[in-house]
Design a protein around this ligand. Structure first.
Ligand code: SF4
Ligand code: SF4
Length: 387
């Protein structure tokens, strides 16, 4: 009785907080898909990237968009997170970064680490890319298998070491959990910690891009539950050893699990605090959201107008009250789960984490598809803004 009252109060408080954040919709993270081209051909790539993919928006269009944003909002309150593809294959990347830094944006990057030699690491540090996430998907054999390249593990490890040596202030390793790597999480923990990374984050694959056609990459419900249990266990070890371990925003888990796997409770901030500038100019929220969620294109729309007037489906999620979510007592806090799980507007999320972790709950299960996720980044900070 007391536990359910406590849970109700937590749901209500967190629901009100999400409403407030949605109303304010401060732009805190701008994901820039610098290019869709990549120097790897990973089995699980959500963007289906290759060396022949979209090269990215012309630098001038990107910098004009950044200038426009910085003319209205306080750029120092926004993290420009550079993604891809592999951002480091873009030849004029540092020209754009220089302008972004001059405008005041804080800089982050997600990389596969392949190209992070000592000189590249130094260049990134000098360009003030202060927060870098490097993919490391398990021990050598598993990483090279997933990344489809012999030697990828060694280069990612050297990349992390080079970034640390160059003085990048925050270097995080991110691991994509698959059925194969699920049994190697303890070993991966040790590898990442011994490399000296500042933190470790774990996520698992969603059925998009190449992963959609490769069932051996997707976790079953039981494996997903085991992943969450293992992250909770390793996070406790990490807390004792001073090493932060987090699960990505994999979906609402219930209050009994939230604090055990991550620093702040689940909240899908896509379109609320997070926007995306995609390689083709699309104005999106997170990368890897389906294109039906795009809100415009900087080639013909003003980014600020779109951010202020658009993104309605992100800020009012009542449309997710479908199927099992329609009558769910947890909707106010979960809101239909992570939006990256909605591959179509009426298909329901690919996964209900709450149901998987609480099988005795009376939630109906009207959907069950394979599974998702991708990248969530950094640590959201509130400060802000409009000039
Ligand atoms: S939960 Fe998914 S869609 Fe939502 S902010 Fe995180 S990555 Fe983006
Ligand atoms: S049924 Fe929907 S709203 Fe309820 S916990 Fe599951 S995903 Fe979330």
């Amino acid at each position: 009785m007391f536990a359910s009252l406590q849970s109700f109060i937590q749901d209500t408080k967190w629901g009100l907080y999400q409403n407030l954040e949605s109303d304010l919709h401060d732009l805190l993270y701008l994901f820039w898909e610098a290019t869709r081209q990549c120097n790897l051909n990973c089995r699980h790539c959500g963007s289906d990237c290759s060396k022949d993919s979209h090269p990215g928006l012309p630098a001038q269009v990107v910098t004009q968009t950044l200038e426009r944003i910085a003319s209205v909002y306080s750029a120092q309150d926004i993290v420009l997170v550079v993604t891809g593809g592999e951002p480091l294959v873009r030849p004029d990347l540092f020209d754009v970064l220089k302008i972004a830094a001059r405008l005041g944006f804080r800089l982050g990057m997600v990389t596969n680490g392949i190209s992070v030699s000592k000189p590249m690491a130094k260049r990134l540090a000098e360009a003030h890319v202060d927060n870098i996430v490097v993919s490391l998907d398990g021990p050598k054999e598993t990483h090279d298998w997933l990344r489809n390249r012999d030697g990828a593990f060694e280069r990612a490890c050297r990349g992390i070491e080079n970034l640390l040596e160059a003085g990048v202030p925050f270097v995080e390793a991110i691991t994509c959990a698959t059925p194969k790597s699920l049994e190697q999480l303890d070993e991966t923990y040790r590898i990442v910690k011994d490399l000296g990374a500042h933190a470790w984050r774990i996520f698992n694959i969603f059925p998009a891009g190449r992963a959609k056609n490769d069932p051996e990459l997707l976790l079953t419900d039981a494996q997903l539950a085991r992943l969450i249990e293992n992250v909770a266990r390793l996070r406790a070890i990490g807390q004792a050893e001073g090493f932060p371990v987090n699960l990505s925003e994999e979906g609402f888990l219930g209050w009994d699990w939230e604090s055990r796997v991550r620093d702040s409770p689940y909240f899908c901030r896509a379109g609320i605090n997070i926007a995306g500038l995609m390689a083709d100019g699309a104005i999106a929220a997170c990368p890897n959201l389906p294109t039906w969620m795009n809100q415009g294109n900087v080639l013909h729309d003003d980014f600020i107008d779109v951010w202020e007037q658009g993104y309605r489906l992100f800020r009012n999620r009542s449309w997710t009250k479908q199927g099992a979510c329609a009558t769910c007592s947890k909707w106010n806090v979960c809101r239909g789960n992570s939006l990256h799980l909605w591959r179509t507007p009426d298909g329901g999320p690919s996964w209900c984490h709450y149901q998987i972790l609480h099988p005795d709950t009376d939630l109906q299960r009207s959907f069950h598809l394979p599974r998702p996720d991708w990248l969530p980044f950094l640590h959201l900070q509130r400060t802000k803004q409009k000039r």
